[in-house]
Design a protein around this ligand. Structure first.
Ligand code: ZN
Ligand code: ZN
Length: 412
């Protein structure tokens, strides 16, 4: 295996910092069969760290597509009770979850949208009560990516297969903080400290709202919930285990009030939704709801996303990412939200993160909703940050404080 030592470091990072597997804790890994060699390393590292068990849930992206194309909507929507029981058992044992991404973006574009929607809706309905386990950080979880030839061809279409793959490998290691001459676990400690500092400053300002403007045409007022908390870097479980859910992460994020956003936002990067790329789109908000939308490409998919459920046409997250982040500087469009969201300021349509409001983790869905939280079953990030993004924070007594100028923080 080429780059064996870098993959080994990434596996160690995933286990020790990403999910931070604890002695006698079960680990569930979700991965595509193409990444079996990396997953073996993860399993080795997890057992070294004292994992009780490593349960790998293998997928094959091509078979997933065949399933969608050949199964009826009814079959796709028939989610077995055993799936719920299996996940419940992991939660009962306080397990942790690692997802390894390497899929080809856009691979499901030939699948009728109604089929994907039927499956996802049924899946969320069946498994919805289990989402809190990871959404509220009751147990550790982590998502990271490894390069694949299929993915690399989409990212670097001008290069031949092998060159594209090597280039994607190189970029992914770099943005994940893994290099031949560093200790990625230590690198991540410093990186997180910087994010936490920005988050603490933003929380201390206690802004009533943020006002975003740029040359693309974004002019958006995003009021925040009362008693909001800005979050950046890693998370801590109720048992006190620190972990990094996203490798990489460059964002500090907060909870917009579900019913108060006003104005226009223009996307700055394509959004990959159900394997379809939605490009150059504009959303107009009134009283927190998208009342108008337009996309140059795949507008229908955008309509599906917005119509998913009651909350999916309202915001659930606002995140700030400086334009000088490693991912932004790479100039690469990954066609994958885990990376692309870290290149740019972003918003999420759908579910909020309860950790973004005081006492949120303990709140019922009804309480969260009454405080302005979003309880959609979906959470879709889209990018709208640019190098010329200006952001003002407006306090409760009307003071206007510059937060971003020309795409970067100015609160230091
Ligand atoms: Zn985010
Ligand atoms: Zn998000």
């Amino acid at each position: 295996m080429r780059n064996e030592s870098l993959y080994r470091k990434l596996a160690q990072l995933a286990v020790r910092r990403g999910v931070n597997v604890q002695p006698d804790q079960p680990l569930v890994v979700r991965a595509d069969v193409r990444d079996h060699r990396f997953v073996e390393m993860v399993a080795e590292e997890a057992y070294k760290a004292g994992a009780k068990s490593v349960d790998v849930r293998w997928r094959d992206q091509k078979i997933t597509k065949l399933d969608y194309l050949n199964q009826s909507e009814e079959t796709l929507a028939d989610i077995g009770e055993w799936l719920h029981e299996r996940e419940q058992a992991v939660h009962d044992q306080k397990g942790c979850y690692l997802s390894v991404l390497s899929d080809r973006p856009g691979a499901l574009k030939d699948v009728p949208a109604n089929k994907i929607r039927a499956y996802q809706k049924a899946y969320h309905e069946k498994m919805g009560d289990l989402q809190a386990y990871t959404a509220n950080n009751f147990g550790q979880w982590c998502v990271l990516g490894v390069a694949s030839k299929e993915w690399a061809q989409v990212v670097f279409p001008e290069l031949d297969e092998e060159e594209a793959f090597r280039k994607l490998e190189e970029v992914l290691f770099d943005v994940s903080g893994v290099s031949e001459d560093n200790d990625p676990v230590e690198w991540w400690k410093d990186h997180d400290a910087q994010l936490i500092r920005h988050a603490e400053k933003m929380t201390a300002f206690n802004f009533r709202e943020l006002h975003f403007r740029n040359g693309l045409g974004t002019d958006l007022h995003v009021p925040l919930t009362e008693n909001h908390i800005w979050v950046g870097g890693g998370c801590t479980t109720p048992a006190g285990v620190y972990f990094d859910p996203n490798i990489p992460t460059e964002e500090v994020f907060c909870m917009p009030h579900r019913d108060k956003t006003e104005g226009t936002v223009v996307s700055s990067r394509p959004l990959s939704y159900n394997g379809v790329l939605i490009e150059n789109f504009t959303l107009v908000f009134k009283e927190g709801k998208v009342v108008e939308y337009h996309a140059e490409k795949n507008e229908e998919a955008l309509g599906t996303l917005l119509g998913f459920d009651e909350g999916s046409s309202h915001l659930g997250e606002v995140a700030l990412v400086p334009h000088e982040s490693k991912i932004s500087q790479s100039g690469v469009l990954f066609y994958n939200t885990l990376y692309d969201e870290n290149a740019s300021c972003h918003l999420a349509l759908g579910r909020c993160y309860p950790e973004n409001i005081e006492g949120g983790i303990e709140m019922s869905e009804e309480e969260l909703l009454s405080k302005g939280g979003n309880t959609s079953l979906q959470h879709e990030d889209f990018m709208f940050g640019t190098a010329d993004m200006d952001i003002d924070g407006i306090t409760y007594d009307g003071n206007v404080i510059p937060v971003f100028r020309s795409g970067s923080f100015v609160i230091d």
